[in-house]
Design a protein around this ligand. Structure first.
Ligand SMILES: *[C@@H]1O[C@H](CO)[C@@H](O)[C@H](O)[C@H]1NC(C)=O
Ligand SMILES: *[C@@H]1O[C@H](CO)[C@@H](O)[C@H](O)[C@H]1NC(C)=O
Ligand SMILES: *[C@@H]1O[C@H](CO)[C@@H](O)[C@H](O)[C@H]1NC(C)=O
Length: 462
């Protein structure tokens, strides 16, 4: 468990806004989530049902901030400098190279919540990290999306809209210097015959452990961070490395690895750039490749037209081929995955970012079809929350009628899915989707249920 990671979820439960993707140039090219059809103004009277509806936004916000502060303060007191607090035993864990992962992860959350003392503590700590050494194996992907993204997003917030939250300019500058130090330590991962990086690397021996392949998501979810680092430092090296790897994903070979236009396989041979399978979809392992295609275009539409072309192909194929309605509750919409051209009727908590991706795509390309599909996916994921005993969605679920466990037959009839893995790993993906749905429709019900399940006692279904 990574207690402070859930702070990101807490931040989204606040009704205040802060874009998670900063546009490259000064003015955003799009008015995200502010279409005339769905005005942003949120009026209390639009909340017609739901748990604890009488609570004001201020009370909600302060309960969420209290939960975050409680989690952070205990982590800091017991495990400062280590990666996580293990809340059952109060021991400390170091699953992310012992560089203080929870602190880096919590920084942008503390910024968005405006909690100065926590911001100050973390900013003071970051310059003391030595990103050049670690005894344990390093995941290029996990390190990029947690450490690099955490520091770069905090740097952008502190140089931009939240600059008043720090009076320590040297510590703010250190965010960028430390990002560069970390990327410099990581970049030998790209030193392969194709330029597609190995994901699992070892600093002590500067080796990639003999890896011969990498995954779609682990290869295709580096570009935003490495590009941003190049844009901030003025050194193109980081961008060139990440973009080179991406070319193999944008132009997938062999042709059979793309069974539906835009939807590709999962593993790529890093020695020749060829895909090794045609198994995929929007589940873990593939997921953020599709997310980044769109967000790169949001970041800079002039440089990343190719990325959006690929996202649109994938989105259209998904609506045509992967959309799936469970037989016991056909009003629900889930996404199947594929193995070549056959389908698998199961999905994951991680996959619940899909609704958000379609909602963002619908806004970016001004396409109502994507918005409607995105809302249907969000409702499907929300249903997985509403139906469980805890009101928290399962890690994995299925609606494959050939494989129902007998003890879940009734549950499947009522719910439209059955649970194949009941754990909850503090996953924030669903909250990004629910948050976009709230921003687009102005309907708090998209957020409240899940937030109350996660943050408040005694949640009730809508
Ligand atoms: C992007 O598209 C242009 C024009 O089709 C092409 O020349 C270029 O190679 C593409 N870039 C990548 C990374 O695929
Ligand atoms: C999978 O879902 C589709 C609906 O999307 C349905 O037609 C098919 O029968 C399902 N197959 C199984 C085995 O559940
Ligand atoms: C359903 O489950 C069976 C048994 O695991 C599997 O063989 C089949 O491919 C699955 N079908 C779908 C559509 O998920």
């Amino acid at each position: 468990m990574r207690p402070v990671l859930s702070s990101w979820a807490f931040a989204l439960c606040l009704t205040s806004c802060c874009g998670s993707v900063l546009p490259h140039s000064g003015t955003p090219s799009y008015n995200y989530f502010t279409s005339a059809e769905h005005p942003l103004a949120v009026e209390e009277d639009r909340v017609s049902s739901g748990p604890n509806i009488d609570i004001s936004n201020e009370e909600r916000a302060s309960a969420v901030k209290d939960a975050f502060t409680f989690a952070f303060n205990n982590y800091w007191e017991l495990c400062k400098g280590q990666d996580e607090l293990l809340p059952v035993t109060n021991a400390c864990g170091n699953s992310r190279n012992h560089w203080g992962a929870s602190a880096i992860d919590a920084l942008s959350t503390a910024l968005i919540m405006g909690i100065r003392p926590i911001v100050a503590e973390i900013l003071e700590y970051i310059p003391t990290i030595d990103f050049t050494t670690t005894a344990t194996h390093v995941s290029l992907f996990e390190t990029t999306i947690r450490y690099l993204a955490g520091m770069l997003s905090a740097y952008d917030l502190l140089q931009g809209p939240l600059s008043e939250l720090s009076s320590n300019p040297a510590a703010v500058e250190s965010l960028l210097a430390q990002s560069k130090s970390l990327a410099d330590s990581l970049k030998f991962a790209f030193d392969t015959p194709t330029g597609i990086p190995a994901n699992d690397i070892f600093f002590t021996t500067r080796s990639t452990g003999g890896a011969t392949s990498n995954g779609l998501a682990t290869t295709g979810s580096l570009q935003l961070e490495w590009q941003r680092l190049s844009d901030l430092t003025g050194d193109p090296e980081y961008s060139i490395l990440a973009q080179k790897a991406e070319t193999y994903l944008l132009n997938p070979q062999p042709a059979w690895a793309e069974p539906f236009p835009g939807l590709v396989g999962t593993r790529i041979d890093i020695t020749n750039g060829l895909f090794l399978d045609a198994t995929g979809g929007w589940n873990g392992g593939d997921d953020s490749f599709y997310e980044y295609l769109l967000k790169m275009y949001v970041y800079d539409s002039s440089r990343y037209g190719n990325y959006s072309d690929r996202w649109i192909l994938a989105a259209d194929s998904t609506m045509e081929h992967l959309v799936s309605h469970p037989s016991s509750r056909p009003q629900l919409t889930f996404l199947a995955s594929f193995a070549d051209t056959s389908f698998v009727n199961s999905s994951q908590h991680l996959t619940c970012f899909d609704g958000g991706s379609f909602l963002l795509g619908g806004q970016v390309f001004d396409k109502k079809e994507y918005i409607d599909f995105g809302l249907a996916l969000v409702k499907g994921c929300r249903a997985t929350y509403e139906q469980t005993a805890t009101r928290i969605g399962p890690e994995q679920f299925s609606w494959n009628t050939s494989a129902i466990m007998p003890d879940q037959a009734d549950f499947f009839e009522n719910s439209g899915f059955y649970i194949t893995n009941p754990s909850y790993a503090l996953r924030p993906e669903v909250l990004e989707s629910f948050y976009y749905a709230f921003r687009i429709t102005g309907e708090l019900r998209f957020l409240l249920n899940v937030c109350f399940s996660l943050v408040f006692d005694n949640p009730k279904p809508l």
